[in-house]
Design a protein around this ligand. Structure first.
Ligand code: ATP
Ligand code: MG
Length: 412
């Protein structure tokens, strides 16, 4: 019989990997809540139009990476390729802006993009993201950048580099666009096929191309920072000032444009040199135009998303989930008491492993060793008759006989 396998580009998460995953999510939850973020959950699929309008028609995501289909009710549906447009849709639809001045959301979950699978690049992958809506201060930009960076540091990630840039607003980009196209047109034929199309549709994306030849050919391209308005420049300078105040080392990267159209003003990435071409661990920026684009509202916003699989690849240490107590029962007569004790301890908050079938003492000990347990309780027929149980400390290997009624005092 042919075994059915996970679809190309998807990955199961179990065992140690799932302990890493849980640790990363929990750390994010704890850390972001210190800054006032609360969690938000939006549907896995949305109307296709949301991403076309939100992420942008000329982007790789919309052009070639979306999982789109028509459902049984003839609706055009897309599995979410990113989390920002859905959060903004929810914010606008529920008129959250009428309830609070500034909203701070945090989310995690699967995203879907039809890309070429490789290490650190999947078709279904997980992101942790944050979005802040209703605040235009550059101090916020710096605060979020520092929050994301410190989150990765808290997880023990090393050798991270923060890269920042400003891409200005739409007017600035239109001005810059023509300067860039003037530079690109004469070298068009030397660029990759994707970039040839990008020059027509969305020339800024050429700067984001992963192709080494394109990077080399465009290394002297004009930079957007020279086209910023005075106000944008001031915003950018303030972001940098506060990054220094928060002790964040950063590198200015004039070519950083990010792969999504909704960004304006500050953009940034946190990168590692350990994952090759998949080196961006976290990316984000300001998107003051998106709420206008999706809901005709002048509400500023800032957010980032981090790739959980990439963080997992870099994570060296994480707390191993252990078991408190293993109960070894010997002989059918002891089974009921052993299970009563197990369930009692679990109700009191202890983690307990117990076998369903009778086993030899040797086989119990082997099992307890394997699961890295702290204590073993051994219940034999003789002990049961005396109302006693053997308590073995698996850390220092000492043991003592205690009475069954004493168990709770010992552990709770
Ligand atoms: P890249 O340049 O690596 O394609 P991106 O600019 O498309 O990344 P974003 O859309 O900003 O990435 O997503 C934020 C983060 O999500 C990335 O920095 C990365 O860590 C992660 N990510 C993006 N696409 C994938 C993928 N296909 N598989 C795994 N992680 C991904
Ligand atoms: Mg991408």
């Amino acid at each position: 019989m042919k075994l059915i396998k996970a679809v190309r580009g998807t990955k199961d998460i179990f065992g140690e990997e799932s302990q890493k995953y849980d640790f990363i999510i929990k750390t994010a939850q704890d850390f972001f809540s210190r800054y006032g973020y609360t969690s938000i959950k939006t549907p896995i699929f949305e109307e296709t139009e949301l991403f076309k309008r939100g992420v942008g028609e000329g982007t790789d995501i919309v052009e070639k990476e979306m999982y789109s289909f028509v459902d049984r009710g003839d609706r055009e549906i897309t599995l979410r390729p990113e989390g920002t447009a859905p959060v903004v849709r929810c914010y606008l639809e529920n008129k959250i802006y009428t309830k609070e001045e500034v909203s701070r959301f945090f989310y995690f979950g699967s995203m879907f993009r039809y890309e070429r699978p490789q290490a650190g690049r999947q078709r279904e992958f997980n992101q942790i993201g944050v979005e802040v809506l209703g605040e235009s201060s550059p101090t916020l930009d710096a605060e979020i950048i520092s929050m994301g960076y410190n989150f990765l540091k808290k997880l023990g990630l090393k050798d991270l580099e923060v890269r920042i840039n400003s891409v200005g607003d739409r007017e600035t980009r239109t001005r810059y666009r023509s300067r860039l196209v003037d530079f690109l047109m004469p070298i068009k034929e030397e660029l990759c096929d994707d970039c040839k199309i990008r020059i027509e549709k969305n020339p800024l994306r050429v700067l984001d191309c992963k192709n080494e030849n394109c990077k080399e050919k465009t290394k002297d391209a004009p930079v957007i920072i020279d086209s910023l308005s005075d106000e944008e420049r001031k915003h950018y300078e303030t972001v940098k000032k506060y990054l220094s105040l928060f002790d964040i080392d950063f590198k200015e990267d004039a070519r950083l444009v990010r792969g999504l159209d909704y960004y304006s003003s500050t953009v940034y990435e946190i990168v590692t040199n350990k994952l090759g071409a998949q080196g961006t661990v976290l990316g984000g920026g300001r998107y003051d135009n998106l709420l206008k684009q999706l809901g005709d509202k002048d509400i500023p916003a800032f957010g980032f998303a981090a790739g959980v699989e990439r963080i997992m690849m870099l994570l060296e240490e994480y707390p191993k989930v252990g078991t408190d107590i293993y109960i070894a029962w010997l002989g059918e007569e002891t089974k009921d008491t052993a299970f009563k004790i197990a369930n009692g301890l679990r109700l009191e908050g202890k983690s307990v492993i117990i076998e369903y079938e009778n086993r030899s003492l040797k086989s119990h000990m082997k099992k307890a060793d394997k699961i890295n347990v702290k204590y073993v309780l051994i219940l034999g027929e003789d002990e049961l008759q005396k109302g006693k149980i053997l308590l073995k400390n698996f850390t220092d290997r000492t043991q003592e006989e205690i009475s069954v009624v004493e168990i709770y005092d010992r552990f709770i």
